[in-house]
Design a protein around this ligand. Structure first.
Ligand code: NAP
Length: 268
């Protein structure tokens, strides 16, 4: 794993539970000693300050640096890699073509990670360049599944689309939670009680949805009786086009992901 930041350490620690590693530890590299120290303290991964000490031995190389850093990183990596290795990017908005051309390789997988991977409840979508075999893809999937669930998508358009749903999505849920928290406090609840009311409501609703096979729409019909309190809230949201706004917000993230990909320069 190159990059021991938020995403790199989260995914590496999750994936280190993979039985595919046998006795081996997953190796992590970062140029920032502070970041590595934090990882070392947890003792789960083998950590490296020098790329030459780990990169040439790796079968699969995960990349989790900020997109702005790839130009320098790819230049450093190039002399140490070979065609048997496979590269998996966790970077948002970096196209497969940029990785293939930048590293002069044929096998790369592009993913869209998501934050709840931190607690093993992430969902990662991924797509691969055509030279990645089915077996290699199964291997990548089995690693990603250690951080939650994964979804294989046919092309990169769906990676940008999943940015709008799962990549940026946790923040939409936090937005809704924050609004509910503020409403609870305005009604006079303490900070603690507001927290319990909101977090239990979200957790309970998600659990109900997951344990059933009915849609959120059907759940809304079940809980909102005519003339009742829930109906009053849902009618208010419908009248104010909240549903359309949420869809438009997801599209704003999707469109921004497409735009970021277009603005990218391919490292030479
Ligand atoms: N955070 C999210 O929720 C999220 C969601 C989806 C996708 N992603 C993607 O995940 C990637 C990583 O994000 P992050 O939040 O984990 O970033 P981060 O916390 O900044 O971690 C990146 C780490 O990589 C290090 N690094 C930079 N250049 C390097 C190099 N040449 N060699 C070795 N290490 C290098 C950085 O060191 P310095 O700090 O010293 O530069 C930093 O420790 C990004 O591409 C982002 O688009 C993140």
């Amino acid at each position: 794993m190159i990059g021991a930041g938020n995403m790199g350490s989260t995914y590496a620690e999750g994936m280190s539970k993979s039985t595919l590693l046998n006795e081996k530890k997953l190796q992590i590299f970062d140029k920032d000693p502070e970041r590595l120290r934090a990882v070392q303290e947890r003792g789960i991964l083998e950590s490296f300050y020098k790329l030459e000490d780990c990169l040439p031995n790796a079968d699969i190389v995960f990349i989790a640096v900020k997109p702005d850093h790839i130009e320098g990183l790819f230049e450093e990596m190039k002399p140490m890699i070979d065609e048997k290795q496979m590269f998996v990017s966790l970077m948002a908005g970096v196209k497969l073509d940029t990785i293939l051309k930048g590293l002069g390789i044929k096998k790369a997988v592009r993913t869209m990670p998501n934050l709840p991977a931190q607690i093993g409840k992430g969902v990662t979508s991924y797509t691969a360049s055509k030279d990645v075999s089915r077996l290699e893809l199964i291997m990548v999937r089995s690693f990603l599944d250690k951080t939650g669930k994964s979804i294989h998508v046919e092309n990169e358009n769906f990676i940008d689309a999943s940015t709008g749903i799962s990549g940026s999505g946790p923040a939409y849920v936090f937005y809704f939670m924050q609004s509910m928290l503020e409403a609870a406090k305005k009604m006079g609840f303490s900070d603690y009680d507001s927290h319990v009311l909101v977090s239990s409501t979200f957790e309970g609703a998600v659990q109900l949805f997951n344990d059933s096979n009915i849609t959120p729409k059907k759940w809304m019909e079940r809980v909102a009786s005519k003339g009742g309190t829930t109906r009053a809230a849902l009618d208010f949201m419908t009248e104010n086009h909240v549903e359309d706004l949420i869809k438009d917000a997801a599209y704003a993230a999707f469109n921004r992901a497409v735009e970021l990909g277009k603005n990218q320069s391919t490292p030479k």
